[in-house]
Ligand binder design. Structure first.
Ligand code: ATP
Ligand code: MG
Length: 654
């Protein structure tokens, strides 16, 4: 990727820097010394992090990598994940502490659950699942809205050693059925429905339909959330309030092996068919608890934490359920959409609960940018002290807007790079240490080692781009792809087999300081007249134009140049339709910011972009549009009508 250097200078022209606030730096959980300590003896460092958990039996060996790439961490150790997330806090006298401030979408529909409440609920649900015939090792699917019972259900499964697979509540019956089938889930936990965009949407019918496509499911446990009518199969369906409410509050958690499967999570499906990623208990919990404490500088006695992700996504697993609860935090859980009943809902919630740490995705930030700062300006968000971002590269403009408008210029922004497969945060600034650069995830956190390498697996010099790799195993790494060890080895470990590196599938660049800029997926890199261009960089150039809110760039086949740059752009609301010159203006802007080689052949102004349920832009679908093909698999798309909107607009010559 030698020619990347000359064409990808634009991002690195970004020279804004943000120092950590002095009081945060002087009192930070993770300091610069942690990098040295971890480098000196990585296994000892991880053993020390493992002490954050309560183990029934201590491990004999930190890492067993004898059968690489199949890792075992903390071998011989035994623990219960639910006990670590709930009971031990009650035993430590924190039973009255609020674990979850739950906010339903309908206004005024709220509930607070303390750690003691959570212990009772999880114990009852664990007893009920056992009654329903769930045994250690059986898989349980969870298909629910963002209500406390979803978390209770996950922890109840963990408590009895039944790996859960949470399927995002917005997925179709087909998507659900294929996941149920893939992991052979015996029980499904669901609800009648949930509230989204101001009305009750149904969930149970999709479970009923999925059951016509696969016969693995024996029981369906249904929470009553909305009270809407549901079809009922007496042989299979069971109300949560019938079996959980009446179950005993006493439940003794069993200690499981550190390598006991905790859950299977299917990846977002941004690039293709989702993969069932298997995470196990000990190492995963260590990774979540350590990173949540370190990267967010968590002070459990005073912080109020809020991660806006859905539990149907890995971020919800690691940074709503396992990390925060293992650390005994108070957190907010919100059921609905950000703009219901009005666009300022999120900011009102931050004000009401005094949220101090907020973690969200670039897609959300860009949609708020589109609406303007007046809406967030109406709420007092002075409680915030740290902001996080995850899911996609954050464009520098979005980073600066987030820090300025939401964080009042006080808050460090931690741009956290990680994947379903990595289980927890890998590359991120540390809020008390790092001088943040907008758009850069900076460097691997203490305990993690990453690099950017060329085709041969050699480390590229600073100022160059290549493939992002993880160079040594880490506790929360995936253990395999469910039921497909070969695919696990092929997908992640064969590209740089000689070096034994984990291939992340993302492209990245090191700047002159050696800091990492994630450039997006390797498959998204374009080749224009022999120059490799990153989608992220051109998108960031477009977003830096004052009229642009969001942009997606793809490479479309071109007879002259091999590939040509095609851009899809959403304008900010205050820009109206942008005026007749807008396309020309934007082409000029990219030309000026990056260079003639990156000038888009085509720019299409669109009302929306196709995104996965977790908010990531699905460029492969846009590539289909740009190359005039029939649009491919849209089952993981958040809103399938978006593709029609885009195609119609383009047919009209927009
Ligand atoms: P699939 O693997 O099924 O195509 P996916 O990769 O989108 O789906 P996830 O595991 O949810 O599924 O997402 C991980 C990916 O998200 C990373 O590989 C990276 O491309 C992107 N990503 C996450 N955080 C960041 C970040 N801070 N900066 C840049 N990219 C990020
Ligand atoms: Mg992926």
């Amino acid at each position: 990727m030698s020619d990347t250097a000359e064409t990808l200078e634009n991002l690195l022209k970004e020279d804004r820097r943000f120092e950590p606030p002095a009081d945060l730096a002087s009192n930070a959980n993770l300091t610069a010394e942690a990098y040295d300590a971890a480098e000196k003896d990585r296994e000892a460092f991880w053993a020390e992090q493992a002490e954050r958990l309560t183990w029934d039996t201590k491990w004999d060996r930190v890492l067993d990598w004898d059968n690489a790439p199949f890792a075992k961490w903390f071998t011989g150790g035994k623990l219960n994940a639910a006990y670590n997330c709930v009971d031990r806090h009650v035993e430590a006298g924190k039973g009255d502490k609020v674990a979850i401030h739950w906010v339903g979408e309908p206004e005024g529909d709220t509930r607070d659950l303390t750690y003691a409440d959570l212990q009772r609920e999880v114990s009852k649900a664990a007893n009920a699942l056992t009654e329903l015939g769930v045994e250690t090792g059986d898989r349980v699917a969870i298909y629910m809205p963002m209500i406390p019972e979803a978390i209770v259900a996950m922890l109840a499964c963990a408590r009895i050693g039944a790996p859960h697979t949470v399927v995002f509540g917005g997925f179709s019956a087909d998507a659900l059925a294929s996941r149920l089938d893939d992991c052979q889930a015996k029980v499904v936990i669901t609800s009648d429905g949930g509230y989204r965009r101001g009305s009750a949407s149904a969930l149970k019918p999709a479970v009923d339909e999925a059951r016509t496509k696969t016969d693995v499911v024996r029981k369906v446990l249904v929470v009553r959330r909305t009270g809407q009518d549901v079809a009922w199969d007496d042989d299979v369906d069971v109300w949560w309030h019938d079996v959980v409410d009446s179950a005993s509050e006493e439940h003794t958690p069993e200690a499981f092996d550190a390598e006991h499967p905790l859950y299977v999570m299917y990846t977002s499906g941004t690039t293709g068919k989702p993969k069932g990623i298997l995470h196990t208990t000990g190492g995963y919990l260590v990774g979540c608890s350590y990173t949540h404490w370190g990267v967010f500088d968590l002070k459990p006695d005073t912080d109020v934490y809020w991660c806006s992700a859905d539990i149907g996504w890995v971020t919800g697993h690691s940074y709503i359920v396992y990390g925060p609860l293992a650390n005994g935090v108070t957190q907010v859980l919100y059921e609905g959409t950000p703009d219901t009943p009005e666009r300022g809902r999120w900011w009102q919630i931050i004000e009401k609960y005094g949220v101090t740490i907020f973690y969200t995705a670039p897609t959300a930030i860009r949609s708020f940018m589109k609406q303007g700062h007046e809406i967030p300006d109406r709420s007092d968000m002075s409680s915030l002290r740290i902001l996080g971002s995850v899911g996609e590269p954050i464009n520098p403009e979005a980073y600066v807007w987030y820090r300025h408008v939401i964080g009042g210029d006080r808050t460090p922004v931690v741009d956290t790079w990680w994947q379903t497969e990595t289980g927890s945060i890998m590359i991120s600034p540390l809020p008390g240490v790092t001088h943040g650069k907008p758009g850069s995830a900076m460097k691997a956190i203490p305990g993690i080692t990453t690099d950017v390498v060329d085709d041969e697996g050699n480390s590229v010099p600073n100022g160059s781009g290549g493939y992002l790799v993880v160079t040594s195993p880490w506790p929360s790494m995936l253990r395999t792809i469910w039921g497909d060890d070969d695919r696990y080895v092929d997908t992640y470990w064969s590209r740089f087999k000689k070096q034994g590196y984990y291939f992340a599938g993302d492209g990245a660049k090191k700047d002159s300081d050696g800091d990492v800029w994630v450039l997006g997926r390797v498959d998204d890199v374009m080749n224009v007249s022999g120059h490799r261009l990153s989608t992220t960089e051109i998108e960031s150039a477009l977003v830096s134009h004052p009229k642009v809110a969001e942009a997606a760039v793809v490479g479309a086949k071109d007879e002259d140049t091999g590939q040509a740059v095609c851009a899809f752009v959403i304008l900010r609301e205050e820009a109206g339709d942008g005026g007749p010159e807008i396309v020309q203006e934007l082409r000029q802007h990219v030309r000026k910011e990056i260079g003639p080689i990156a000038t888009p052949r085509q720019i299409m102004i669109v009302p929306e972009l196709p995104k996965t349920r977790s908010g990531k832009i699905m460029r492969r679908l846009l590539r289909d549009v740009a190359e005039h093909r029939e649009v491919g698999d849209v089952t993981t798309l958040a809103d399938s009508s978006v593709m029609e909107l885009i195609s119609e607009g383009i047919d009209k010559g927009a």
